[in-house]
Structure formats: structure tokens, C-alpha cells
Design a protein around this ligand. Structure first.
Ligand code: F6R
Length: 241
């Protein structure tokens, strides 16, 4: 686990974008794993800027998303599909056929999970998985539990996560109660992982992830045994390590 602490949130975003750009320059066929949330927005903004300046291209790259709410149409403003399209995908030159976003409105969510996992395998696995982290240490929607879930699966969202995400909805009742998430095994299979976190609300989760025991109560703690993880932090998120 390589931990880098930057001066501020903007520097974290530039560093995250630089790692992804480096990957794309080395391998134009890179398979990316993409998160939503507030943390990656700056990274996506910088990647768009690099694309517009001709530094990088996504023409041969492909992407899978980390998770999605169950019950939201892809064009619902709070769906993760909508988020990724409007904050990133639609502003660069991915080919439509190289984008696979897990469907939260699939008729059979469990079948969608199996199909999604298979498609990741068929694509040769994720080369670079970008991650944020929840205040409770979740990665994707892998919530604190008694075990680590291996593959893409249906999740009941934790009360803490529903409360944290309610800021994007009219009220807490509108936040979906379930989601589909890549499993911890899916994430751990990625060749490289870049996790970004900023702000004091993430400090305890970062401490548990980096310094705590590997324990499913902090799902991100398993990243300690991934061979290629880079953690990008601002001083507030790094305050307890
Ligand atoms: C997003 C995701 C979540 C977020 C985490 C942090 O696809 O899976 O694990 O990365 O909840 O969210 P933000 O960045 O909004 O603090």
C-alpha cells in the first residue's frame, strides 16, 4: 500500500488523474473500473481536460462501473449511470460498446450480477480500479459485515450509507435501499487500485483501512494485502495515520 498525502483536494484529483493517464499511455486498451460519488469528480474533470488537450484518448479503453442503485432507471438523475455519463463518459471518446454499466433495473438482479462478473472476466479483468471510501470503510457498496463478499452481488445498504447519500435526494425516504456492487473479490482482482479520500469525515475510515486489522467491519482494510494499491489523501483524511 503506497500512501501519498497532498496539500489539498485539488492536488489529490490531479494525482489520481495522472495515474490513470499514465496507465492509458502505457496501454490504450486499459480496462477501467469507475466509481461515482463526490471524490472522483475532480479526477474526472482533470481527465476530461487532458483528453481535450490531446494528452490522452479513451478510444480503445473500456470501462465498468463499481456499483448502481437498484430501482433507478439509467437516466434517473441520481443513478450512477447518469452520474458517470454526465460527469465523465460523455465528455471523452469512449466507444459506446466499450462501456458496460451494471443495470439497477435488470429484471433479475442476481442474474445481472452473474452476467456482469462474467463480462468483466471476458474483458480480461479490470486493469485499474479507481475507488472512493465511505465513512464506514465501505468500498463500492460493500458495507461493514461479518465477511467479505467475493463477486458482484445485491446489497442492502447500511443506514449510515443511506443517510450519507440522502444529500443527493429530496429526502432520505427517496434513497434506494438496495444496490448492486462489485464484490471485494472483483475489486481485489484488479491489477492496480487507486483509492482517493479527502476531508475529515474520512479520517477514521482511512485509519482503519491502513492501520487496523484486516476485518470485514472495515471492508477497505483488505486492500492492505493487494499488491498494487495507491492511496491518495488530503491532510484532513490523513489526520489519524
Ligand atoms: C461510489 C461508491 C462509494 C463511494 C463512497 C465515497 O461508486 O461505490 O463507495 O466511493 O461512498 O463517496 P464520496 O466520494 O461521495 O464521499
Amino acid at each position: 500500500m503506497t500512501i501519498q498525502v497532498f496539500e489539498n483536494e485539488e492536488q489529490v484529483a490531479l494525482a489520481g488523474a495522472a495515474l490513470i493517464a499514465a496507465e492509458l499511455l502505457q496501454d490504450p486498451y486499459t480496462v477501467l473500473g469507475l466509481p461515482t460519488g463526490s471524490t472522483p469528480i475532480g479526477i474526472y474533470r482533470e481527465l476530461i481536460r487532458m483528453f481535450e488537450n490531446g494528452v490522452i484518448s479513451f478510444a480503445e479503453a473500456s470501462a465498468f462501473n463499481l456499483d448502481e442503485y437498484i430501482g433507478l432507471e439509467p437516466d434517473h438523475e441520481q443513478s450512477y449511470s447518469y452520474f458517470l455519463h454526465s460527469n465523465f463518459i460523455d465528455h471523452v471518446n469512449f466507444r459506446a460498446e466499450n462501456i458496460r454499466l451494471v443495470q439497477g433495473i435488470a429484471v433479475n438482479a442476481n442474474e445481472e450480477c452473474e452476467q456482469y462478473e462474467q463480462e468483466i472476466t471476458d474483458a480480461g479483468g479490470i486493469d485499474l480500479q479507481l475507488l472512493g471510501i465511505g465513512r464506514n470503510g465501505h468500498i463500492g457498496f460493500n458495507e461493514p459485515a461479518a465477511w467479505f463478499e467475493k463477486t458482484t452481488h445485491v446489497v442492502d445498504l447500511a443506514a449510515d450509507t443511506i443517510a450519507a447519500n440522502s444529500r443527493f435526494f429530496a429526502n432520505e425516504d427517496e434513497v434506494p435501499r438496495q444496490a448492486i456492487s462489485m464484490g471485494i473479490g472483483t475489486i481485489m482482482d484488479a491489477e492496480k487500485i487507486v483509492l482517493a479520500a479527502t476531508g475529515s469525515s474520512k479520517a477514521e475510515a482511512i485509519r482503519a483501512m491502513c492501520k487496523g486489522r484486516i476485518d470485514p467491519a472495515c471492508q477497505a482494510s483488505i486492500l492492505q494485502i493487494h499488491p498494487n494499491v495507491t492511496i491518495l489523501l488530503d491532510p484532513a483524511a490523513a489526520a489519524l495515520i
